[in-house]
Every structure is written in structure tokens, then in C-alpha cells.
Design a protein around this ligand. Sequence first.
Ligand SMILES: O=C(O)CCC(=O)C(=O)O
Ligand SMILES: [Mn+2]
Length: 202
Amino acid sequence: MDLFDQQVIPVNLSPELGTSNIVFWPNWLSGAEADQLLSRAIEQTEWRQDNIRIAGKIIPVPRLQNWFGDPATSYTYSGICLQAVSFPDWMEQLRLSVEGQTGQPFNRALVNYYRHGRDSVDWHADDEKALGPAPVIASVSLGAERVFQLRHNLSREKLSISLPHGSLLLMGAGIQQHWQHRLAKVGDLQEPRVNFTFRYME
Ligand SMILES: O=C(O)CCC(=O)C(=O)O
Ligand SMILES: [Mn+2]
């Protein structure tokens, strides 16, 4: 990995708190490493199709997913409770590389499988109580390049970052409290994408 490849994007939080950073490594993994991880992830993950309740209706989430970490723990969001699955060896190695690159501890991962352009994740923040007051989130992207959008809760300022195959993105402390993010649907895209979001929970 070429260190000069690292991009630091300042992100406004509030007048009191100033800015935090998104740190982005667009070419974090080699093409061969990223290809291998993508096929491993797709083939070896026990993908779940979960449902959420929106306005009284039960709707399948538009992606497949699973939650990894200490199996004695679970993760609840939008009324979905995911019991954690232990990190398989290959994912444990990825977790260690992400810790090494970012200098931050991570002990959980939510893994998302966007099968095609109609799969997506709507506006949200990774701000569940269990993640503590200022979560730091690391995101590894594999497969189809998709646009990650962020929107400030008050100013509505927007940021868009295109996430290539093998990239790593780190959202610094404070961003989850002041911004939401999403991955919008794109028409006509057939190629899959897998994303790992590493988090830290006590
Ligand atoms: O797929 C992505 O890049 C984002 C996923 C995400 O925001 C999440 O899992 O919380
Ligand atoms: Mn998220």
C-alpha cells in the first residue's frame, strides 16, 4: 500500500466541536487481495435476509447481511436483533489489517451484501448506544464501485465519496452524531458489492 494514497477529508461537526476527519485509502488492497476477499465473503458468509418494520409494515431489507464478533453478544437496529457470529480466520486477518492501518481497535463487523444496484442502505447513522458516545467506524469495500453519501443533520451539507474495490474508509469520532450516511440505489447495475463496517463495542 502506498502511504501517499491516503486522503484526509475534513468534516464539519458543529461550531463548538469544529471538525473531524474521514480518512480514505482508495487503493488499500491489491486487486488480487480484493478479488479473493470478495469471492470468499460472498461464498462463505451465511447471508441473512432480515426484515424491518416501517410504518407498521414488515419489509425485507434491500441487501443481505450478517453480524460478526463475540458470539455472546448481539446487535439491535431498526428492531432487528442480530446474534453475533465469530470472525472466521480470513475475516479476523482483515480485522487485524484494518486495526493496523487505522490505529483504532475494532471488535465487531456488520457485513453487507448488495447483490445488484437495487440493493441499498437508507439514510442512518451508526450511533446505537452500545457503540459508545463517539463511534469510530472503518469500512472496507469490495466489488462494484458505489457512491457513499453523507448529509449533515443540521446544515444539510452533503459529501459524496465513490468507494472502489479494495478501498478503506475511516469515519472519525463525532461524525455519527452530526451526519447520516447512505448508499443509494443505482439503475442497471448487475455487479455485486460487499462492505464490511468494523466497529468497537464494550
Ligand atoms: O455499504 C456501505 O458502504 C455502508 C454500510 C453501512 O452504512 C452500515 O452497514 O452501517
Ligand atoms: Mn452505517
